[in-house]
Design a protein around this ligand. Structure first.
Ligand SMILES: NC(=O)c1ccc[n+]([C@@H]2O[C@H](COP(=O)([O-])OP(=O)(O)OC[C@H]3O[C@@H](n4cnc5c(N)ncnc54)[C@H](O)[C@@H]3O)[C@@H](O)[C@H]2O)c1
Length: 257
């Protein structure tokens, strides 16, 4: 009997692959049998992240900036040339931006966050969807955040950008009506990572004790990249065959209240 959570021979493109969540997800997708195309703008860190994959995994890395349409078209083309298609797209690259109240937020910094988190996700959808629609098969998982569901002081643009990712996800899901292409997003909560530390320290001006950080999280701990990866791998798999247009929280209950 085939195991519907397996991803044997599926081609998975992962952006933000050098980061905590991207790298953890690549590891799990590869462990489930997927062939990996790893995309990030940080070339050296990308090489380190792919070096950590199992030797058996078929992998190649593409240094690209997700805000540049030519570079997005190029990573899609390279994935198709190398592996013949794209079955899974983890549209995940993102930045937190500066940590400042709206009244002090520089316009250029505001635009930069929208450029990476919204335009980058849009361009990924624009260039990967035609590949999947043509073959009438595929799963796209965009990375939003719980900041896309609730307000977040001092990262208003990050929150706005992640609300936009949820809107893009739902709209793209509708645009795949009548096909076997599914589009979902994930909303991670407080995940142990560089990004979370940057936001917490940026808000308070100093490191915050771990118990204070999680005092509004019912799980009473931070999440791990691997726990986010598990939801991405589920959404990528045939086990999620009836799931589209959804925003999956992975937040230890943080937004349950
Ligand atoms: N860490 C968290 O707690 C958390 C919570 C919710 C959502 N998220 C989201 O998860 C995603 C991954 O976050 P992470 O914690 O792994 O962060 P990270 O900073 O470790 O990884 C993000 C990766 O994206 C890459 N990247 C940024 N801009 C890029 C661009 N223009 N082109 C190509 N690559 C680019 C970076 O080089 C980096 O490797 C992001 O979209 C983030 O907003 C993170």
């Amino acid at each position: 009997m085939s195991d519907s959570i397996r991803l044997d021979c599926r081609v998975a493109v992962v952006t933000g692959a050098a980061g905590v969540i991207g790298a953890a997800t690549m590891r799990l997708l590869a462990a489930r049998g997927a062939r990996i195309v790893a995309v990030d703008r940080r070339e050296a860190d990308l090489a380190a992240a792919t070096a950590g994959l199992p030797a058996s995994a078929e992998t190649f890395a593409v240094a690209a900036d997700v805000t540049d349409e030519d570079q997005v078209a190029a990573y899609v083309r390279q994935a198709c040339n190398r592996f013949g298609t794209i079955d899974v797209f983890f549209n995940n690259a993102g930045i937190e931006g500066e940590i400042k109240p709206i009244t002090a937020y520089p316009l250029e910094a505001f635009r930069r966050v929208l450029d990476v988190n919204v335009v980058g996700v849009f361009l990924g959808l624009k260039h990967v969807l035609p590949v999947m629609l043509k073959q009438n098969r595929g799963s796209i998982i965009n990375t939003a955040s719980i900041a896309g569901l609730i307000g977040s002081p001092q990262i208003a643009v990050y929150s706005a950008s992640k609300h936009a990712v949820i809107g893009l996800t739902k709209s793209a899901s509708w645009e795949c009506t009548g096909t076997n292409v599914r589009v979902n997003c994930i909303c991670p909560g407080l995940i142990e990572s560089r990004m979370l530390s940057a936001i917490i320290e940026g808000r308070s001006g100093a490191p915050v004790p771990a118990d204070k950080v999680v005092d509004r999280v019912p799980a009473r701990r931070l999440g791990q990249g691997a726990e986010v990866a598990a939801i991405v791998a589920f959404l990528a798999s045939d086990d999620a065959s009836y799931v589209s247009g959804a925003a999956y929280t992975v937040d230890g209950g943080r937004t349950a209240a």
